[in-house]
Ligand binder design. Structure first.
Ligand code: ARG
Length: 468
């Protein structure tokens, strides 16, 4: 089906023409004052000079042509020359009816089948999933399903964070806790144990402890940095530990995503891109894209047209370690080689926008992707508590995703029990629990997706569980 906006735009262009103006001026956008109207056209502003009339007069002339339109309840010229448009309920009703009758619910199938990678989820190994990862999972899953529905080849990649300082911190914490010394023995050249030296619960405790320690203990922090660089440099014992950390935490992550009905085609992480790093970096150097600055290796990505400063993209730290940008660039090398995608979507917290600006520019500049490969940053806002700050536990800590889901499940169940009692029906708790789980997941997703992705929203359990 033709999009509502396109139908409206066609009618407004006709109206500009009927009123004696250039039809191309009749561009329509969604209103940026939804309290005043649904759509708007600012075409009169552009025409004013050209035709020697005031924008308000032009908008007025167009509005009067629209007087008997079946689409608009109101078409109003307002100062200094906007055309404010409010659509009729009958028009929307008709459109919805047609959507319901259409086997594809009104979606237009793609005319060209693109290969699209959706990079979402982005959990960090050894740290429990928190509410910050919820939006990425929910929005990314929706993007993936919509792309498939339209006929594209869509690949979802969880892109775990498993290559940064958190790994060095865990390694050093394990050393101090005296777990199997074989992982730290550089002369060991045998086979490492199959069994992980820690459980998921232990791991969940090891990381925060190490992280807290590194903030107070400078020496420990230094050791973690060194371990990170050595891990990335290929030290066997550390890589064997990493494998255990991955195995243990991926099992746990999968459980969480399953509860959200979110699934990934690829369970790759930052560490999987490491094998592409050395060649990529030496090419950057050889072809003159990267240069040394204060011991680090950087790529300039600023443009003259920039209105704010875009710092150079750092691709190697002075201690030789990879950074977030390094793994993201190497992951693109890997994706181009394996899938040659037409588009890559990144569904990540919008506070990371600068990072992606740098990475995208570096990727185009160095030819890591083709000029016509679309890299798209889908930055989302924060899920806040009622106080307007990022959602926390009652004690002020980071809320685990699994606890959040439990919370909604329980609130939903309670509400359903009350409702049944009010209706005087008999309560079958087992059945209710099952239903509550389905409904609360839908509510959680709807509560998120009904907001514009880029905006922050307030997590309000009463509103989320409201049946109205
Ligand atoms: N692990 C990151 C985080 O928790 C998100 C990863 C996003 N994806 C990416 N390709 N950088 O912030």
């Amino acid at each position: 089906m033709t999009k509502i906006k396109d139908i409206i735009e066609e009618e407004i262009k006709d109206a500009f023409e009927k009123a004696g103006f250039d039809r191309n001026a009749g561009v329509v956008t969604v209103s940026n004052r939804p309290d005043l109207c649904d759509y708007q056209s600012n075409g009169s502003m552009r025409l004013a000079k050209q035709v020697g009339k005031s924008p308000l007069d032009i908008a007025g002339a167009v509005a009067s042509v629209l007087g008997d339109s079946a689409t608009f309840e109101k078409a109003e010229a307002v100062k200094p020359g906007f055309l404010n448009l409010t659509v009729r309920s009958s028009f929307l009703g008709e459109y919805l009816r047609n959507m319901a009758l259409d086997p594809d619910c009104g979606a237009r199938k793609a005319s060209h089948k693109d290969t699209i990678i959706v990079d979402y989820g982005g959990p960090n190994v050894a740290k429990p999933l928190h509410v910050g990862h919820l939006r990425s999972a929910v929005i990314g899953e929706a993007v993936k399903r919509m792309g498939r529905f339209c006929g594209h080849e869509v690949i979802g990649d969880v892109h775990m964070g498993d290559w940064g300082l958190q790994m060095g911190l865990i390694i050093e914490e394990c050393r101090d806790r005296g777990i199997d010394p074989v992982y730290f023995d550089e002369s060991f050249d045998g086979v490492y144990p199959n069994e992980a030296p820690f459980t998921a619960q232990e791991l969940e405790e090891i990381y925060p402890a190490a992280s807290a320690r590194s903030k107070e203990d400078e020496n420990f922090h230094e050791r973690a940095l060194k371990a990170t660089a050595e891990l990335q440099g290929g030290r066997r014992g550390y890589n064997a530990l990493l494998k255990h950390i991955l195995d243990v935490s991926v099992t746990d992550m999968k459980k969480n995503y399953e509860r959200l009905n979110v699934s990934f085609d690829l369970w790759l992480g930052e560490s999987d891109a490491q094998k592409y790093v050395p060649d990529m970096i030496s090419r950057f150097e050889k072809e003159g894209y990267a240069y040394e600055s204060d011991g680090a290796l950087v790529i300039d990505v600023a443009k003259e047209s920039d209105s704010k400063e875009i710092p150079p993209c750092i691709v190697r730290k002075s201690d030789g370690a990879s950074l977030y940008a390094t793994t993201d660039l190497a992951t693109l090398v890997q994706r181009m080689k394996d899938y040659s995608p037409d588009r890559v979507f990144y569904v990540v917290d919008k506070r990371q926008e600068m990072h992606f600006t740098q990475v995208f520019r570096a990727a185009y500049k160095t030819g890591v992707v083709k000029p016509d490969t679309t890299l798209y940053f889908l930055g989302f806002g924060t899920m806040n508590g009622k106080d307007g700050k990022p959602f926390k536990t009652r004690e002020g800590g980071v809320m685990k995703l699994s606890n959040l889901i439990d919370m909604i499940d329980e609130a939903m169940l309670e509400k359903m029990i009350v409702n049944q009692k009010e209706r005087g029906e008999k309560t079958d708790i087992g059945e209710l629990k099952k239903t509550a789980r389905v409904v609360s997941l839908a509510a959680l997703k709807y509560g998120d997706l009904s907001n514009q992705a880029s905006k922050n929203y307030v997590f309000d359990i009463d509103r989320f569980t409201s049946f109205e």
